[in-house]
Design a protein around this ligand. Structure first.
Ligand code: GCU
Length: 354
């Protein structure tokens, strides 16, 4: 049944490769195509980042964690940039795996971020408030905006690329911290920030876990045959999230040289986690699940399973978490729920690098 659902979508196949070396060559050109045609060219990484500590609370979460407010700065393309992050680290005498969490809200206490529970399970959190990196609009003058360069270029980066770039700069910094468990870094985001987490994880191989919650159109969902939001609609309402050239595929999805399963496949052989919400038809859970199925052959090149899925669509409440790709369908609407976080943490616990 899944085979026939996938063949109905008439997806461009993943490039053929017999072994990891051949796949990695293909991977480089896939990444190039996705950047050129969809998200824009990711600016080059800076030589390094510097961190300035602005505030430190040593008795955070009833004295069980440290909360630091830090400004990260770096020089890229001849100009200095900076943005703030918040780093919450549980007080443990061992290394801590961090979530780089792309956040909609500036306030730390956010009902969509069960901070205390995450910390008590032994994870650190680095919160990047996306609008503190670059506004969610077509203004490219403030924040990291100028890094996009000339936005009349068809492949100039859009805001998703800039937010993803900031998540990678956060990883640059976290990896300098002695308590950071470098082997188990995760990047996570919801919706537009789930698209961002996927792009970040596709480009930046330091993330072992790449987590997309309800990312939908131009995120984890296949574009061809998708219900709810379409490429035409997203590039009309949010053109600045993407490179200007992406819009040329509006109502012409079948001429895209790729589909979103390519983005997911770039995460192989690392772990990809996709969460959907059953009522979120705008994002289209079935198209997210099918994208995970269609991307899975990339993991098999490395001798890994990819998504261990049913030969049918999942029903609300089900999870396929036994493979290197994980998918779950939560009952309910479009948001990042505590139950999504719990699913992701359970998966990470079972798949952590020792
Ligand atoms: C809009 C947009 C989606 C996006 C969502 C969000 O609904 O159409 O593509 O994922 O906002 O970020 O919440």
């Amino acid at each position: 049944m899944i085979e026939s659902k996938l063949s109905d979508r008439a997806l461009p196949p993943l490039p053929a490769a017999q072994d990891p070396a051949a796949w990695e060559r293909e991977r480089t050109s896939m990444l190039d195509i996705l950047q050129r045609e969809e998200y824009g060219r990711m600016p080059a990484a800076p030589a390094g980042v510097t961190a300035e500590l602005l505030e430190r609370d040593d008795s955070f979460l009833a004295n069980r964690a440290v909360c630091e407010t830090i400004t990260l700065s770096f020089v890229a393309e001849g100009r200095e940039y900076s943005f703030p992050i918040r780093v919450i680290t549980p007080k443990l005498r061992r290394k801590v795996p961090y979530f780089v969490t792309l956040s909609f809200r500036e306030e730390l206490f956010d009902r969509y971020l069960p901070l205390e529970e995450i910390c008590m399970r032994g994870y650190g959190v680095a919160v990047v408030h996306y609008k503190s990196v670059a506004g969610d609009d077509d203004d490219f003058a403030a924040g990291l905006g100028p890094l996009a360069g000339d936005r009349t270029r068809p492949d100039a980066p859009g805001k998703i690329a800039l937010w993803a770039y900031a998540a990678s700069r956060t990883a640059d910094y976290l990896l300098t911290r002695p308590e950071c468990d470098a082997k188990n870094l995760a990047v996570i985001g919801h919706s537009r920030l789930g698209k961002t987490a996927l792009l970040c994880g596709a480009c930046d191989e330091r993330f072992r876990f790449v987590i997309s919650n309800d990312s939908g159109c131009s995120g984890a969902a296949i574009t061809r045959g998708k219900v709810g939001e379409s490429l035409g609609r997203i590039t009309e309402v949010f053109p600045y999230w993407f490179c200007p050239g992406y819009r040329k595929y509006a109502e012409k999805e079948t001429s895209l040289p790729f589909d979103q399963h390519w983005l997911l496949a770039l995460i192989a052989p690392r772990h990809l986690l996709v969460g959907s919400a059953a009522e979120d038809l705008w994002a289209d859970p079935a198209s997210e699940y099918l994208a995970c199925c269609a991307a899975s052959p990339a993991w098999r090149i490395y001798g890994k399973s990819g998504l261990k899925h049913f030969d049918r669509l999942p029903v609300p409440g089900e999870a396929c978490h036994a493979g290197t790709v994980g998918y779950h369908l939560r009952p309910g609407a479009h948001f990042m729920a505590r139950t999504d976080w719990v699913r992701y943490m359970d998966y990470i616990q079972a798949n952590r690098a020792k």
